[in-house]
Design a protein around this ligand. Structure first.
Ligand code: SF4
Ligand code: SF4
Length: 84
């Protein structure tokens, strides 16, 4: 599953630069995760980096984006192919 940021976000700015897929950006009020780019950090790290750094623990999985580990890995390969 892609992850999502809830309205408990305090806009502390620390997660955005940690995302290896540039999936995090500032929205109109709080930070947002683009589910088309979030791989739960699969392909880059063992743990989701945004979750590791968020001080208020407001980054759960996005229930609207059910994905298997293999689907997340495929997304990772598609993203790096696009970036070539
Ligand atoms: Fe980015 Fe990883 Fe967080 Fe997904 S889990 S938004 S890929 S840092
Ligand atoms: Fe919001 Fe957490 Fe990201 Fe800070 S680390 S901007 S609180 S989601």
């Amino acid at each position: 599953m892609a992850l999502m940021i809830t309205d408990e976000c305090i806009n502390c700015d620390v997660c955005e630069p940690e995302c290896p897929n540039s999936a995090i950006s500032m929205g109109s009020e709080i930070y947002l995760i683009d589910p088309n780019k979030c791989t739960e950090c699969i392909g880059h790290f063992d743990e989701p980096q945004c979750v590791q750094v968020c001080p208020v623990e407001c980054i759960p999985v996005n229930p609207k984006w059910p994905e298997t580990h293999d689907q997340l890995a495929e997304k990772y390969y598609a993203l790096i192919a696009d970036n070539k």
